[in-house]
Ligand binder design. Structure first.
Ligand code: ADE
Length: 226
């Protein structure tokens, strides 16, 4: 898979993409990241990438020409996704969909967002990572990349681990415990140490259901509507 990121801060992503699962997936040849510096596609002396919004109201809008040039220079941008608080919520299903693409191009906006004409011409979908406003799309791009890359076959080296993650089956996951069995006066649940896999599975299903009911009842409603 190839993931392109168009940003005015390529160095924001460089470090995190070299670490942990995103870094190991790149080393294993499962994914290739291309960080594209939007400023290189600005044509004026100051390499301007933003301007005041038409209609006023403060903030700055990312200019269309540098994005047009950067996207035009990509041979096959694949699915083009813009990170924006105005986007559709990013979730596990979206991550699975993106992981099935061979090429993904992420656009990082700043300030008041990207000129809408770029979105109309190039963008397949806008996604938001949550109902809050970040200073720019860069941290959101990292979130999307991490969630997608860990789904690539071979990235985790342990499919069972992904299969017990939250959201894999539409629920939050059960809580986890490790050694020591007793810590600070609290015991890890005996059932998890029983070696009885059907009891362990039942316990996990019960705790996943309980956590989801308490914390995210919306996930259960969504399933019912499917
Ligand atoms: N850019 C600014 N805020 C964002 C958010 N919540 N999700 C995605 N991109 C963003």
């Amino acid at each position: 898979m190839r993931i392109n990121v168009i940003t005015i801060f390529p160095e924001y992503l460089e470090g995190p993409l070299g670490l942990s699962i995103p870094g190991r997936a790149r080393e294993a040849g499962l994914v290739n990241y291309r960080l594209i510096d939007l400023r290189e596609y600005a044509t004026d002396r100051h390499r301007t990438t933003d301007d005041e919004p038409f209609g006023g109201g403060g903030g700055m809008v990312m200019k269309p020409e540098p994005f047009d040039a950067a996207l035009g220079a990509l041979e096959g941008p694949g699915r083009v996704v813009s990170l924006s608080p105005r986007g559709c919520p990013f979730d596990h299903r979206t991550a699975v969909r993106f992981a099935l693409e061979s090429d993904l191009t992420l656009l990082c906006g700043r300030y008041k967002g990207i000129d809408e004409r770029v979105t109309e011409k190039w963008v397949d979908e806008e996604v938001s990572i949550g109902d809050y406003v970040l200073s720019g799309g860069e941290p959101a791009a990292l979130v999307v990349i991490d969630a997608v890359v860990r789904l690539l076959p071979g990235a985790l080296g342990d499919h069972d681990s992904a299969a017990s993650d939250s959201f894999y089956e539409g629920l939050l996951s059960a809580p986890s415990y490790t050694r020591p069995a007793e810590h600070d006066g609290r015991s890890a649940p005996g059932v998890l140490r029983s070696g009885d896999h059907s009891r362990i599975e039942a316990w996990r299903a019960w705790r996943a259901d309980r956590a989801t009911r308490h914390r995210r009842p919306d996930l259960l409603d969504l399933d019912a509507a499917d």
